[in-house]
Design a protein around this ligand. Sequence first.
Ligand SMILES: NC(=O)CC[C@H](N)C(=O)O
Length: 390
Amino acid sequence: MITENKDHIPPHKNITAALVLADGSIFWGYGVGATDTIVGEVCFNTSITGYQEILTDPSYAGQIVTFTFPHIGNVGTNDQDLESTVPAARGLIIREDITAPSNFRNRTTLQNWCTARSLVGISGIDTRRLTRRIREQGAPSGVICHSPDGTFDIPALMKQAQSWPGLEGMDLAAEVSCTETYQWSEKRWTLENGYQNNDTPKAHIVAVDYGVKRNILRCLATVGARITVVPATATAEDILALNPDGIFLSNGPGDPAATGEYAIPVIRKLLDSNIPMFGICLGYQMLALAIGAKTSKMHQGHRGANHPVMDFNTNKVEITSMNHGFMVDKDSLPDSARISHISLFDQTLCGFELKDKPVFSVQHHPEASPGPQDSHYLFDRFMELIAKHA
Ligand SMILES: NC(=O)CC[C@H](N)C(=O)O
């Protein structure tokens, strides 16, 4: 492992990758995956499992993920733990070299999988040091350059990192959304049966895809929904014409405030229909904007699988999976909304419900993938709300 420096010359001849931050810091390491140069916001995730799900979560579009857990890649990759097929994380930063996979579900190494997906990574990085720096100074823009012959144009890489505009004000949801409407009936994976379909649906949910994770759709199918997934640009009329019993607003990448042109007016119209509605993460943030609340960029964000959240409906604490860099400002919630969930790490707002409409939403990821399953009850809560309003 080589610690960061500002010297433009690689410290030895085996170096095949560089991570260059906008402030000029250089971290040298070893290339993983595709031979390319990528730019994005450098964030960190503290989960100890689920790197494949994290890297395929469309909410990470525009981001480079630093894994704080040192052993990434040691269970290989498979075809089942994918959260999407659309572009998601741009790159990965890891501590240890990827070792030979050891898991009965493995199909191919993380190294080959990254190459096949055009994902660029760097290993050999002091991820503790990098994470401390993000905690102290916020998530920086950065570039990973994977160069097998060990040549790097550091000033050009620095310039590329500095000229990247950052996620604030950036709309990425429309880029990762599906373009055609489709049906979904697959339920959550089990060791005994793999993926099974829900063939006896109890309700029809229209899910608006701002970058939806497959496990959210699977959780909805598991609690009994038939799901129609529509593109982020679907109008309220398109959605209502499908005759939904419930409407779901998905997670997704980028700045929620940047979706104001297309998503917010649609959500406002949908609220008028009084159809039960549930939002997760970006969907929650956009719902908040639609009722007049405000969102802002967080200093370092929440990304991990051990975030404690309090549910005020039951006064129970749930350990949750999180992945967000923006938040809804608690004080900006209008009187029409009631706080339902709060982060016990930093007291930020994690959920609200509307007082006079069958609408609720959460900032965390109840579908997990990866992470603890404590929050699965929220999908049941949605189905109960739908049954009550049928
Ligand atoms: N997982 C998500 O939906 C993330 C929402 C939003 N892009 C954020 O970073 O806060």
